[in-house]
Design a protein around this ligand. Structure first.
Ligand code: 13P
Ligand code: ZN
Ligand code: NA
Length: 283
């Protein structure tokens, strides 16, 4: 059975660490993340974008994570990342997914609230949890492209109203992180994060963690971030490892051969990120 992220995130909030959420793409990436988390005794969230559900088929990818959750001793769950449409959320939730991000951050404040409420009602009815975003996180995440001009930070007071009116379980904040890698070292608005933390009691979520300096991640966790999203920094070493393997083994055509180093490359990064989140030995 897949669990919601309620207990995971509340435990992180109480004990001052963050649960890492890694974007997975297929069986190989899901297995590698789970194995690394098991070895580190860390709770872990396997996140899937609409693109990942489409690529694998929702039934298959949900079944994979359910099977992993059964076979590992750590809390492990499946999370829908950056889903913008209620219609895309229904099927995976009906299949047993209990953790959802509805991203209506591109809409007006009022319309964002309406979209989120609809999802909250549906997901809470099955005992699931909902994350939503207020403000607009920049950068590129698959089909989601937010230019620097359209990026804007989370307003603390608006966030308080947003939380009260939507009934969400966790809030994704925009404080200067962006999806993908950074052109220069990003300066995060920690004062804003502190202010949000002071007036909102929910677990807070940091997106766009790939490319962030280690001390920024640690500071964000100290200031109350309870979930950290990592995608790009797994994709790159996975693909680099395949490229490297094939460039030295030009005639190799066995996917099991060239995927093996790619899996190991992910395991290594996952372990490093778990240490930064402080979630090791918390399972
Ligand atoms: P990065 O690709 O920057 O790690 O962002 C991940 C993310 O926020 C997934 O929702
Ligand atoms: Zn994100
Ligand atoms: Na990033």
């Amino acid at each position: 059975m897949l669990i919601s992220t309620k207990q995971m995130l509340l435990d992180a909030q109480i004990n001052g660490y963050a649960v890492p959420a890694f974007n997975i793409h297929n069986l190989e990436t899901a297995l590698s993340v789970a194995r690394a988390a098991e070895e580190m005794k860390s709770p872990v969230i396997l996140a899937a974008t609409p693109g990942t559900l489409k690529f694998n088929g929702s039934h298959y990818i949900v079944a994979i994570v359910k099977e992993l959750a059964k076979n590992y001793s750590i809390p492990i769950t499946f999370h829908l990342d950056h889903h913008e449409a209620f219609e895309d959320i229904k099927l995976p939730v009906d299949l047993g997914c209990k953790s959802v991000m509805i991203d209506a951050s591109h809409k007006s404040f009022e319309k964002n609230i309406m979209s989120v409420r609809e999802v909250v009602e549906y997901v809470h009815a099955v005992g699931g949890t909902v994350e939503a975003e207020l403000g607009r996180i920049g950068g590129i995440e698959e089909d989601l492209v937010v230019t620097e001009e359209s990026e804007f930070y989370t307003d603390p007071l608006a966030a308080k109203e947003f939380v009260e009116k939507t009934g969400i379980d966790s809030l994704a904040v925009a404080i200067g992180t962006a999806h993908g890698l950074y052109k220069s070292v990003p300066k995060l608005d920690f004062a804003r994060l502190e202010e949000i933390r002071r007036i909102i009691d929910l677990p807070l979520v940091l997106h766009g963690a790939s490319g962030l300096p280690e001390d920024s991640i640690k500071k964000a966790v100290e200031l109350g971030i309870c979930k950290i999203n990592i995608a790009t920094e797994l994709k790159i070493p996975f693909t680099d490892a395949i490229r490297e393997y094939l460039s030295t083994n030009k005639n190799e055509s066995d996917p099991r051969k060239y995927l093996a180093p790619a899996k190991e490359a992910i395991v290594k990064v996952v372990k490093e990120k778990i240490l930064l989140c402080g979630s090791n030995n918390k399972a």
